[in-house]
Design a protein around this ligand. Sequence first.
Ligand code: UDP
Length: 238
Amino acid sequence: MSDQLRWKRVLLKLSGEALMGEQQFGIDPAVVERVAREIAEAVALGAQFGIVVGGGNIFRGVSLAAKGGNRVTGDHMGMLATVMNSLTLADALNSLGVQARVLSAVPVPSICETFTQRGAERYMEDGDVILFAGGTGNPFFSTDSGAALRAAEMQCNAFLKGTQVDGVYDCDPKFNPDAMRYDTLTPGEVLEKNLKVMDATAIALARDNAIPVVVFSIHTSGALVNVLRGQGLFTVVS
Ligand code: UDP
């Protein structure tokens, strides 16, 4: 079945806000379950998944720094937030019968395994879904950069960025009905036009490792499977 897939081994990046639903903060278990079902459906088709979930629904380091707090401490807290999000998504996947493991760049050994590339490779070969928690393990980075790093380390065929909308637009489609969606973009165009795909470090890492970034809507039912087959609406940055 996996030969029907345009991209077989993928890194799926979800922002923490993707797990928030209508709430202003935190995790909505119903949304987590819905996202897990989409992933489980794709796993059943033979896709291999590494997943990075951000932490913005719980904590971002810059918000602490903006209020006069210590940025490094704030980033440590943000990285721990990604561990929480990864744990909840792993539980939801496991309860659907998908073997999912949390590997964290920040060691929290009583809660989950610590990331090593070799360990992750073995699990992925076994067909397990890996949740890469803890970002890069370093402050001053984003989970988009962490995800691009893991995509390169795991030799993923594509970096799938699940967002609130079905691709990259020339302006915000929520506020402008005439907004135009791009089918394809180059990393250079994303940087030049300052399009809000992800930060420059993440874009450069994906570009330098020849990994296409595929932006699609994680909230559209069936979109993940469609994208893996190269169908439906999305923007490819490559
Ligand atoms: N973070 C970090 N280093 C990393 C990745 C994340 O310090 O390598 C911290 C940072 O404070 C960030 C927070 O974790 O704001 C949550 O990640 P991010 O903002 O990327 O989450 P998202 O916007 O995707 O929900």
